[in-house]
Design a protein around this ligand. Structure first.
Ligand code: NAP
Length: 528
């Protein structure tokens, strides 16, 4: 991949202030706001944003009480009275709005948020009346993330308007948008300008979760899932417990999983717990990626250390990698990338690609069957001919097994079997061909996956002809197919072993350390 011209601002140049953890209080009554302030303090936030536009005009006059509650709970506060014209809820006149903000300042609010669109005169006039508070000048783009040159000009202009803190919130349409915002935060804070630079939306998540690494002034989290004040906000619990924002430093290495959809991936929970357990200074994020070119360019430009790859990108990433593991190359699917580069300097490093799916599945089967090498010479029947079947068939052949592929659509099995030099059958053939027996039956179809837990891809008669049954599905843990096998006294291996195994091997590749497999298993089981 071509080298980039981006200037990497060193950590030492950034402001020597920890990034504050903030949550927005969006209750619609004063008593409920007071409850939320207490909850926010208990959740470990440093600063609370009082969203006065969620209150009625009758309630908002009590803003001094809310400011005081923040002080009593030892959290800083921002008073924000967001008008409808800037994406907020307030629809009244400007005079009352600014009067309430002044009231908040006089009550001791640490920061007052004023919209950039108010213009320099109104902002400076307000500032001259309130020496008690610092001014955050903010701007929101609910459609896009403008070009970096425009964002830089906007930040400069905000400063000229009198901003003590610059806040720019945009909308990310790709992962690069999130990293451009992080870079803006780093560049501005390196000049002494406190900066909040956030990209809203799921693609923007890195801008929230990596804010400490990039020297941002603060980052927002939601008090609870469902109480987000902007799209894409993670929960405070995840920010502190899963992503450990308070422990993040400029050198913290960044890993992640790319896919679409990615929201429900268990990988961040597993890998972050493993990093924490072994004291590895690294964080692992979910990246919602639709455009693989954009992501891979971002990966290199922003010196990410490695990533896991899931649907639909496994077949697309090899072309970006300098070294592709031989079996992964033959399979044509990659689920792991590790960069040999570091977070600093001009060396972008070499991207090394591999596939830990097959390694994990084959290891789980061989462990049960009698140890490493036990698949050699064995008859293996694989149900399905999709991506997982392809990886496992290559893996089994690599270990010396004799493979038969059986698929609902015979032509797909035939195409794959021709490539691999093995036998193809239809699922129907399998039912009628009583002579087809073997050691291992592997299911890679989605039949039996939750919610269709009463379905199985083949009959109990077929199951009874094998010694060991492996199901790639891990939800439910014990599929109908595995239940049938158990009933017939066959050995069984759940897909969860493959899932844990592929993550463990990835962790090893990421860190060079022995993975804490039992902890990783525990984290998966908690989520299933
Ligand atoms: P894929 O490429 O879409 O392949 C799906 C396969 O299932 C195809 O062979 C398809 O047959 C077959 N199939 C689908 N519906 C069927 C039905 N009603 N009856 C019979 N066959 C049917 O999917 P994949 O990526 O290989 O994933 C397959 C399974 O593996 C999923 O359940 C996934 O959760 C699991 N998996 C588990 C792990 C793990 O870590 N444990 C990792 C990856 C995948 P046709 O060709 O006839 O359409």
């Amino acid at each position: 991949m071509a080298a980039t011209n981006r200037t990497v601002v060193s950590a030492a140049q950034a402001l020597d202030e920890p990034c504050l953890l903030c949550t927005s209080v969006t209750a619609t009554t004063v008593p409920d706001c007071l409850v939320e302030i207490v909850k926010a303090a208990q959740a470990g936030v440093d600063i609370v944003e009082l969203r006065l536009d969620y209150l009625s005009a009758k309630d908002v006059v009590n803003v001094p009480q809310l400011v005081q509650a923040c002080a009593e709970n030892k959290v800083l506060c921002i008073a924000t009275y967001r008008p409808k014209w800037e994406g907020g809820r307030y629809e009244g006149d400007e005079e009352f709005r600014l009067e309430m903000l002044l009231k908040a300042a006089q009550a001791g609010a640490s920061y007052i948020d004023l919209e950039y669109k108010l213009g320099p005169q109104a902002i400076q006039e307000f500032k001259s009346k309130c020496s008690e508070s610092q001014i955050i000048v903010s701007d929101h783009d609910y459609d896009k993330t403008p070009p970096t040159s425009e964002l830089e000009a906007l930040a400069e202009s905000m400063k000229e308007y009198g901003a003590d803190v610059v806040k720019i919130a945009t909308t990310a349409t790709c992962i690069k948008d999130a990293f451009r915002m992080l870079q803006l935060a780093r560049d501005k804070s390196s000049t002494g300008q406190r900066t909040i630079a956030l990209a809203m939306g799921e693609e923007g998540l890195p801008s929230r979760l990596l804010a400490p690494k990039y020297g941002a002034f603060l980052t927002f989290g939601a008090l609870a899932a469902g109480s987000e004040s902007a799209p894409g906000q993670p929960s405070l619990a995840d920010m502190t417990q899963v992503y450990r924002l308070k422990a993040q430093k400029e050198d913290t290495r960044v890993y992640g999983v790319i896919g679409d959809p990615i929201k429900h991936s268990m990988s961040p929970v597993i890998h972050n717990a493993a990093f924490q357990e072994l004291g590895v200074d690294a964080v692992y994020l979910p990246f919602k990626v639709t455009d693989i070119d954009d992501f891979m360019q971002t990966f290199v430009e922003y010196r990410l250390s490695g990533c896991s790859i899931t649907i639909p990108h496994k077949e697309q990433v090899a072309r970006f990698c300098g070294v592709v593991d031989e079996v992964a190359g033959k399979i044509g699917a990659i689920n792991t990338i590790v960069s040999s580069g570091t977070d600093k300097g001009d060396d972008e490093g070499v991207l090394q690609a591999s596939n830990t799916d097959w390694v994990a599945a084959i290891a789980a089967i061989e462990n049960k069957l009698g140890g490493e090498g036990s698949l050699s010479g064995k008859q293996v029947c694989i149900l399905g001919s999709g991506g997982t079947a392809r990886a496992l068939a290559f893996g089994a052949i690599e270990r010396g097994a004799k493979v038969t592929l059986a698929n609902r659509t015979l032509s797909k099995a035939e195409t794959l079997a021709t490539e691999l030099g093995c036998v193809a059958k239809s699922l129907g053939d399998l039912e009628s061909d009583k002579g087809l027996t073997g050691s291992v039956l592997i299911n890679t179809t989605s039949v039996g996956m939750s919610p269709n837990i009463d379905a199985a891809p083949v009959s109990e008669d077929v199951v009874s002809r094998f010694s060991l049954v492996f199901d790639a599905i891990y939800n439910p843990l014990k599929t109908k197919l595995l239940q049938m096998a158990e009933k017939n006294d066959k050995m069984i291996v759940s897909g969860v072993e493959m899932f844990i195994g592929q993550a463990a091997e990835q962790f090893h590749q990421f860190t060079g350390l022995q993975p804490p497999v039992e902890l990783m298993r525990q984290k998966v089981m908690e989520r299933l």
